[in-house]
Design a protein around this ligand. Structure first.
Ligand SMILES: [Zn+2]
Length: 209
C-alpha cells in the first residue's frame, strides 16, 4: 500500500455522536481503539473532521416549530432535511473529539456545518455543494491521491465524505468496519450508493500493517 499519497480521514469522532451523546450512534465507542490503531500507520496525512454548528443551525429540530428529532422536512430551497437533536454546538463539550482518541496522530482538523442555513454531512462540501470546507485544499497541498474514510456515521457523514472525495478525483476507500451507522437497517442501500459512486469498500484487515 502506498502511504506516500494517502490520507486517513477520521470523521466526527465527537462526544455528541458517542456513548451518552445527544445524537448517540450505537456502538460508536467501539471505534476508538481500531481508529487509534489505524491513525498510527505511516499515512502521509491524518485529517479529522468536526461537526461544528451554531446554535441556530437548520438541522436542529429545536429550531423548527412543531417538529421533533428525526422528522424529515422539505427546506425552502426544496432539499430534504432530517431534523436532529441539538448536537456539536461550537465550543460545547459535546463538540469535542473524544478524549480517548489519540489526537497526537491528527495533523489537521476540518470544521463543517458552520453555516446556520445548510447542513453539511460531507467533510468536503455543504449539502447543497455551494460551499467547500478546507478539506480539498489541505489534501491537495499535501499531494494526496488516496483517501481512507472512517468514523461517524456510516450512513451520513462518512458516506457523503467518501462519495464527494471520489467525485473530486481522489481514490476513495470506505473502511466499512471502521464506521458505525445511525440506522444499520440502511446498510444495504448505503453500500449500493457507494458502489454506484465508484467508492471502494474495504475492511480494516485490507489495510496492510
Ligand atoms: Zn450535524
Amino acid at each position: 500500500m502506498n502511504y506516500e499519497k494517502s490520507a486517513l480521514l477520521v470523521i466526527d469522532m465527537q462526544y455528541d455522536f458517542m456513548l451518552d451523546g445527544s445524537l448517540e450512534v450505537k456502538e460508536a465507542n467501539d471505534l476508538i481503539q481500531p481508529i487509534n490503531d489505524l491513525m498510527k500507520l505511516n499515512w502521509n496525512l491524518v485529517v479529522a473532521s468536526k461537526d461544528w454548528h451554531p446554535e441556530n443551525h437548520i438541522s436542529f429540530a429545536s429550531n423548527h416549530e412543531g417538529c421533533k428529532p428525526y422528522d424529515e422536512i422539505i427546506l425552502e430551497d426544496g432539499t430534504k432535511q432530517i431534523l436532529w437533536p441539538d448536537h456539536c454546538i461550537q465550543n460545547s463539550s459535546g463538540a469535542e473529539i473524544h478524549a480517548e482518541m489519540d489526537q497526537s496522530c491528527i495533523d489537521e482538523i476540518v470544521l463543517k456545518g458552520q453555516n446556520p442555513n445548510v447542513d453539511s454531512y460531507s467533510a468536503f462540501f455543504d449539502n447543497n455543494h455551494l460551499e467547500k470546507t478546507e478539506m480539498d485544499t489541505i489534501l491537495k497541498a499535501n499531494g494526496i491521491e488516496n483517501i481512507y474514510v472512517v468514523g461517524l456515521a456510516r450512513d451520513f457523514c462518512v458516506k457523503w465524505t467518501a462519495m464527494d472525495g471520489q467525485e473530486l478525483g481522489y481514490n476513495s476507500y470506505f473502511v466499512i468496519d471502521a464506521t458505525k451507522a445511525v440506522d444499520p437497517s440502511t446498510d444495504d442501500e448505503v453500500i449500493k450508493e457507494l458502489k454506484e459512486s465508484n467508492v471502494t469498500i474495504i475492511k480494516i484487515s485490507d489495510i496492510q500493517y
